[in-house]
Design a protein around this ligand. Structure first.
Ligand SMILES: [Zn+2]
Length: 114
């Protein structure tokens, strides 16, 4: 990820601020920012409040989580978000996080300007 060199300290601060708004309370936004810059995709939130073993695949009791990565386009930095679920019995769209079956190619990934 060569574009990382273009990150100014101000941009890194904005990244941490944006992550703080998006990530779960028990996660450290500074640590997440470091991981995103170093590794790419990082999990920033999850919801397992409805999750149940044995029903997590196609039984309606799923866990969900979101991953983000840094994305650079035309002089601006974005966080790109993908949505995930433990459910594998139905089509789930990584881009918008819905079970509606649709053409994923036409579904825009969620991006947040930082
Ligand atoms: Zn979609």
């Amino acid at each position: 990820m060569k574009f990382i060199r273009k990150m100014s300290p101000k941009t890194v601060l904005k990244l941490v601020g944006t992550l703080k708004e998006m990530c779960d309370d028990d996660l450290d936004p500074i640590l997440l920012a470091k991981q995103i810059i170093k590794k790419g995709w990082v999990r920033i939130s999850e919801d397992y409040s409805n999750y149940e073993d044995g029903k997590s695949s196609d039984g309606g009791k799923y866990g969900f989580w979101e991953n983000v990565r840094l994305y650079y386009d035309k002089g601006r930095f974005y966080l790109e978000i993908t949505h995930h679920t433990t459910c594998d019995g139905f089509d789930y769209c990584l881009n918008c996080g819905t079970f509606n079956s649709h053409n994923y190619e036409e579904c825009e990934p969620t991006q947040v300007l930082i």
